[in-house]
Ligand binder design. Sequence first.
Ligand code: ATP
Length: 715
Amino acid sequence: MPRSAPRFQPKGFTPTDEQTAIQTNSARHVIAMASAGAAKTTTLALRIAESVTRGVAPEHVVVLAFSAEAARVLRQRLTDIGLEARLARRVRCTTFDDFARDTLRELEGRDTPFLPSPEAAAPKVRAAVAELQRLNALRRAPRELWLPEHNAQIADFLKIAHRLKTQLVRPTLDEDETAGERAEALDVPEGAFALYRQLEKERAGDGDGCRWRSGFDATYDLARLLTDGEAPPPPLPRYRVVIVDELQDMNPASYACLEQLLAQGNAFFTGAGDFDQVIHRWAGADVNFIRGHFGATWHNVRRLPLTRTFRHGPVMALATAAFKKKDVHSGRVNAARIEIEHYADAGDAAQRTVARVLDWQQRGRRLDDCAIILRSPDESIAIENALLEAGIGCRVEGLERYFLRPEILMLRGVIAFALQDYESIPGVDRRLLVLQALALWQALSWGERRIEDMKTAAAQPGLFDAVLHGWLLKPQTQAGRAAAALSDDDEDEAARRRLKLIARLRQEGRGDDADLLLARQRQAAETIAETPAQRDARLRLARTLEDLRAAPADEAAHLSLERAVRTLDLGNAARRIFIDPASAEVVVRSIAGFIDAARRLGQPLRAFAQWLRDAEEKVAELRKHKTVLLCTVEAAKGQEFGAVILPFLEEGRFPLAGCDRTEESNRFYVAMTRMRDELGLLLPADGAKASPFVAAMQVERAIERGRLQLDTMGH
Ligand SMILES: Nc1ncnc2c1ncn2[C@@H]1O[C@H](COP(=O)(O)OP(=O)(O)OP(=O)(O)O)[C@@H](O)[C@H]1O
């Protein structure tokens, strides 16, 4: 056996043989791919404690994770299992990207500005877009390029760029290769790839070193530095023990860093993960990569199992085993409850969800230990409203409350304009969001100047009419488009320069030239410069407002809104605005959910607008008390709750239509395994529409067999 008796004995529990095998294994590389809750993090902590107890200096151990939260949890687990705090503190627990950033700082001998969020990176993206547009206009035959302008589009672009970086995609082209061909091979829009190249060029600097790094850039830069050159790669810090949690999120860029780290330190490696938890393919996580490449060239690799989950009891372990067709046993003596309920429609599903939450609370359980996990953010509308009605506060993770989403804000703006009731949108911040959403949906140019104008109007609802007539319903002119991109100072500066030039021309007796300049300026102010999409959106908005104003005051809001959505052609607009088709579909469903909420209330538009305002205030009030969690699967990953409720388990919703089936199955698995004690599964009454995932859990069989197991355990 390649292991000896453990020297480190944890506090509070006895490790299983499987855990001990990993804790004490002498192989150079140990990989444990195991189920959710199967003590992966705990076992990695045991492994570290064992090394330290055997004399490895804690400074020679590094833990690499993909999220700061995972790194924090592992550090905490070290002390939880009984490693002395003074030793645990000296173990470096960090994320891949922070590790790469620190390493580059050492290698480059200087700090590079870090832009931590899409918002922080957006100005750089906008500048690169402007430069690309300028270069494109200089071409003999300018190309039609999709280029992001608005925040949501920039966020989509940054996701694409992130994915390309995980795959180590270089911005340079091969000989005889065009950008279009490369974009096609990478399966990204040509504009997005052109922008990727432009942004990387600007980021790389002009021989003066990297100008900035945003999320994942450091991992990408370090991986390239380690793999691009012919010369020996630059030195990395030397560690004797390297630990990686959540291995399933590994991608080629982080793998390149890990390989060098192991090679240079001649280090021992232990990693743990769960193949079935791959749900971040957009960020380059790819199960084929882990299965095919991970450790393929390493020597002395041991792949060891962890087959017992300690999160939930035998019933849930059996259901998980059936669902994923793998071995899952429970190490916890607990009679978990799995309950299936049927609903008639979305409203009924929401009511049943809320009833479950109330029941949980009435049985003396903590509201904040209960989570409603959704496959898609649009599903939250009915539930948010039902919770509000029942007086239950909720906090959200991974999704935005529905009345803060751009498509709903846009519709609220349209309602406010139609009713000329700008007070129905409370607060400056909210009104600014509404104006930004309108700019997005009307496809208007949106530069620094425009943002300033929007802030001014948001602060004074009296200016909303001016916004409507002077901007939203007025065709954009050449001068307007140019000015939108300038800041107030730039605009003043440009005007000053123009005046100076005209004065100089007149002084020099070149009155004709001065007149020509003035005429051009006038022409720019009068010449319409709208894209077909802008014109279409403007005319549709005008027609919609006319129609809403002409409608009888007592017409039900959902009827008015249905017509408005048709006239605005919001479905097609969404597909134009969001390059990710999945984002566009969420928007379309979110609008349908909003109209459905109006239908249920059955009030006229003015009363509905008022209801929205009141609802928003009530939600803020409820948040001050204990709340239930409403979150996406992605946000729930890594967390656990006493009770988990999964509503809307319909074919097409979960699994979501158009999404990769395996990834959907992984999402469902992540969602269901967050539960400790109770799981509520809500299915449509029409069995033909039920999500196949629930049948795959074989719940009845799991309950029956699980109880038997519990009986034999003497429960
Ligand atoms: N031998 C053991 N006996 C009892 N409880 C244990 C044992 N080992 C670990 N645990 C407990 O099991 C729970 C789940 O462990 P852990 O968080 O390490 O699982 P995980 O596999 O990392 O989960 P996830 O897949 O969700 O990341 C923890 O509360 C941990 O303290």
